[in-house]
Structure formats: C-alpha cells, structure tokens
Design a protein around this ligand. Structure first.
Ligand code: FES
Length: 192
C-alpha cells in the first residue's frame, strides 16, 4: 500500500465523504416522504368539517323551522309547539303509513312513535328529501304549505308529512329520514 492510499485507513477519503453524504441525503428524503404519507392517511380537517354540520338553534323561535345543507342534502329542523308535540305523540301507530322510525340514531327496526323520531321533543330534525322521488318538500319557510298534517308537503305528487316527518298521505312510501345528530349544547346540534 502506498503512502498516499489511505482508503482503508482511519481518515475518510473524499470518495468516502461523498458516499456518506449521498446516504444521509437519501435517508432524510425517505423520512420526509413518510410525513406527507401519514398526513394523507389522517382525515383532513376540511373533510371532517364537510361530513358534519353544526347548527345553532338559539334564535329558532317556537313554531319556526329552518333548512340547512348537510352533505349536499337539505335538513329541516323545526322547533315544535306544545300542541304540535302533543298531536305527534298522540298519533297511534295504526294511523301511520310507514311504521318504522327511520331514525339513524337508533335501532333500524324501532317503531315510528314520535319519541323514536326525536332526541329532544321540542326539535324535529329530518332530511328534507321526499321518499317518493326525491323532491324537496315545502313547509319550512314561513307561509309555505305544510300539508294536511301540519308538517311538510311535497307538491310533486302530493305527499303529506306530519310534524314528526312521518308520511301520512300520498305516494311517498317512507317517513323522512332522521339523520345522525347530537345535541352539542341545549340549543345547538351537530348533524352527521
Ligand atoms: S317526489 Fe314527493 S310526492 Fe313525488
């Protein structure tokens, strides 16, 4: 071995240094690639925000209703009067066209009694899509026709829903769906 050949000696040569630098750069690059990959696997905050909808009900007066959009669908929320609650609670199951609750918060086979359609009886929350052919029923804005049962009316082919969003008359086969939701406070809910 010559005096100038120290490639196997204790001191690293220039070539060794380039190899070390290349390896270090590769390792840093690989670590950097893992971070975005992990970030991609976590649901983005904007995606989470789109999948749920928080609604402040504090300004909703008794007897009023509002429509909000959630996942591209209208959701009707009505703050029912004491009389409306009583009428819906007193309706016998035998009067209902669809005996199933259709409430995504409880068992799929629960019956359509009013108590199975609500969390707080003051508020009825339903997806505003007619179960016949998908029109958006009337009855949420002030002065709109609410049908023969004081809830919502779908003018497309004449389906009448009651104050609990249950189909009472017309071609629609099912009650309006109650979406998944929770009360975040006494006067606000999160849908989805
Ligand atoms: S779509 Fe509502 S009655 Fe036909």
């Amino acid at each position: 071995m010559s005096a100038t050949d120290n490639s196997h000696g204790a001191e690293p040569t220039r070539r060794d240094f380039i190899h070390i630098l290349a390896l270090a750069t590769t390792a840093v690059g690989a670590a950097g690639a893992v971070v975005p990959l992990v970030q991609q696997m976590n649901p983005d905050a904007s995606v989470l925000a789109l999948s749920t909808k928080e609604v402040d009900l504090s300004s909703l007066e008794v007897g009023q209703a509002i429509k909000v959009m959630w996942q591209g669908k209208p959701v009707f929320i009505r703050r029912r009067t004491a009389e409306e609650i009583e009428t819906s609670e007193d309706t016998p199951l035998s009067d209902l066209k669809d005996p199933i609750a259709r409430n995504d918060n409880i068992a799929a086979n629960a019956d359509a009694e009013d108590k199975n359609r609500v969390i707080n009886p003051q508020y009825i929350v339903v997806v505003g899509v007619c179960t016949h052919l998908g029109c958006v029923p009337l009855g949420t804005s002030p002065g709109e026709v609410r049908g023969d049962y004081g809830g919502w009316f779908c003018p497309c082919h004449g389906s009448h829903y009651d104050n609990s969003g249950r189909i009472r008359k017309g071609p629609a086969p099912q009650n309006l769906e109650v979406p998944k939701y929770v009360f975040v406070t006494d006067s606000s809910i999160r849908v989805g």
